[in-house]
Ligand binder design. Structure first.
Ligand SMILES: [Zn+2]
Length: 243
């Protein structure tokens, strides 16, 4: 195989790795923020459930103290009935007592409804706590993993960029610039393997003469349609033939 072609294939391989690593390095902070938001959501859910439960209990305590207030008044009115002079005064007191008794019944019904609510709220609170308990360790683990991955990627990128510089030095400036130009126009894909008898990227069929020459990998050939550098790999051709 043409030594320049080997170098170009190597360069493409390293650039693919670099592009993958760069994309991952860029996406990892987003992954981490997404995970942090997920955890914050789980914590928030527990806090909301706790707040709802606290409010329910506070409301019930207030209603119970309301009932005590009504009972105090009723007993005061009952005491007064002993001292009343007229039937009208007596009736007025009875009316007051009935009014407070009705209020007690109404408040007791509300308390009962809130006790039922409280059971559901307690259940939701426990469930939210369980979810948080389970999710917290998973999310924290994934955040740690993503953080570690980011550091590993940075080290690997440095290493691969070093390898790339060494490989680039093997090419003539002219050939390297040709590679770079194609890569720039073709989303980083400058060197492609021949797929059956077509360009592996744009899939335009090669002219028979170009194909025949390409089989030797003896010179740098480009696709007449997309301009990418072509090479022949027997394994790819046989895979295509059996597919
Ligand atoms: Zn092509």
């Amino acid at each position: 195989m043409n030594p320049d072609l080997i170098t170009l294939i190597d360069l493409q391989r390293l650039d693919d790795i670099i592009r993958g690593l760069e994309a991952e390095v860029l996406s990892l902070p987003q992954t981490i923020s997404r995970l942090e938001a997920e955890l914050a959501g789980d914590i928030q859910a527990v806090e909301t459930c706790k707040k709802n439960l606290d409010e329910n209990q506070k409301l019930r305590r207030r209603r119970e103290s309301d009932i005590t207030g009504h009972r105090d008044k009723i007993s005061k009115f009952k005491d007064q009935t002993i001292e009343v002079k007229t039937n009208e005064q007596y009736k007025a007191l009875l009316h007051e007592i009935e009014f407070h008794e009705a209020d007690i019944r109404k408040t007791e019904d509300q308390i009962l409804a809130e006790m039922i609510d409280s059971e559901n709220l307690t259940k939701s609170f426990r469930e939210a706590e369980q979810t948080l308990g389970k999710e917290r360790s998973r999310i924290q683990q994934e955040i740690a993993q993503a953080t570690r991955r980011k550091e590993e990627d940075a080290v690997k990128l440095n290493e691969v960029r070093g390898q790339r510089a060494a490989i680039q030095a093997k090419l003539s400036l002219q050939l390297y610039e040709q590679y770079e130009r194609i890569a720039r126009f073709r989303k980083g894909q400058a060197v492609v393997v021949i797929d059956d008898t077509s360009c592996g990227a744009c899939h335009v069929k090669l002219r028979p003469q170009v194909y025949a020459e390409a089989l030797h990998n003896a010179q740098i050939l480009t696709c007449a349609s997309c301009g990418r550098i072509l090479y022949y790999a027997p394994s790819v051709a046989s895979e295509a033939a059996t597919a």
